[in-house]
Unconditional design. Sequence first.
Length: 374
Amino acid sequence: INAEYMGDKNKGKDRDKRKEKDEERPKHKETTSKSKHGDANLLVLDTRPNKEDRHETTKEKGKEKEKGKEKERGREKEKEKGKEKEKEKGKEKEKERGKEKGKEKEKERGKEKEKTGDRNPDKRKESEKASSGHTKQGERADEGPSPTAQHCGQDDVLSAWYEPSEVEFVGGRTDLPLRLRNKTDQTVTISDADLQGTINLKPGAMTSLPLRLAPHAATRLPVPLSTKDVVRPQQLDGALRCGPSSLRLAIPVPCSLYLSAQRVDASRFAEIAGPLSSRSKTIQISADMDVRKALQRISILLRVKLVGIVDSVASLYGRSSQDHHVCVIVRAVSDWEIAVEVKCTSSTMASSLLKEVQTEFRHESPQGEPDLLI
């Protein structure tokens, strides 16, 4: 009995040692399965990883998949950007092609117009009138002289004039824009100009000559002028050479051309006008003109600005390029008469300006109503 007891005790110790060894080994899931014959249960070790290990591996795989997806998205975005750049380049190329095609069409149209213009003079005139702006020769279509234009000469080939509103003397000097129109159906070449100055009015060299003028076209020829005397009207005589013929010129330079409209208030006007020399005249106006229209014409003619109107008395003010004060007072005498008084630093200039007003109202009134210089 003691031997059996000791044998069982040793067996128990061996079991305990085996258990300790088993605990030190990695844990595996124990499963039972039947043998092929199905008569006994066999202990089978499950060597697959446990749930925690599997969860970690799935997480790592998921992260790798996300990284792969992000890379694919980045590649797709780069591809889209490349496609957009290609589209933009294509649009730019299309625009350039369109511009080139437009230029080619314009050239073809120009050639067709030249051909049709050479065959049909009437169509050529219409196309030249419709066109606007300067060409390579400085030519342009023009509507002709305005009612206030100063005419300088004309013949069968050319007509010449200038617009006073385009002239401004600064210190006795200006570039007078002489307008020239070709009245013929052929191109005209103006080769030279011979202008004779006076004691007080001197012309300068015209660097724009020679110039070519297309049929029925107009252009501006700058004429440099300098003067010492602005209180008297001047005139510049001469000629323009145009082929075998020449156009006789007489360029009038009235005293009003030296004035510019200036803004002053009523109190300053009264202060300036007080000590000035005065010249006055009663002038008759035509039946189709009222006092307001007459006032408008005086304002445009003498290049003076309206100061105010009080009790049918209008006051206007301007200053010459040599700082002469010019005060104009217009009173309504009746429906067909006005009294014009010109007060100026120079009595000679006052007389010259008053003569301009008298001469203006001897002619018929211009068409339309010019704006009052207010």
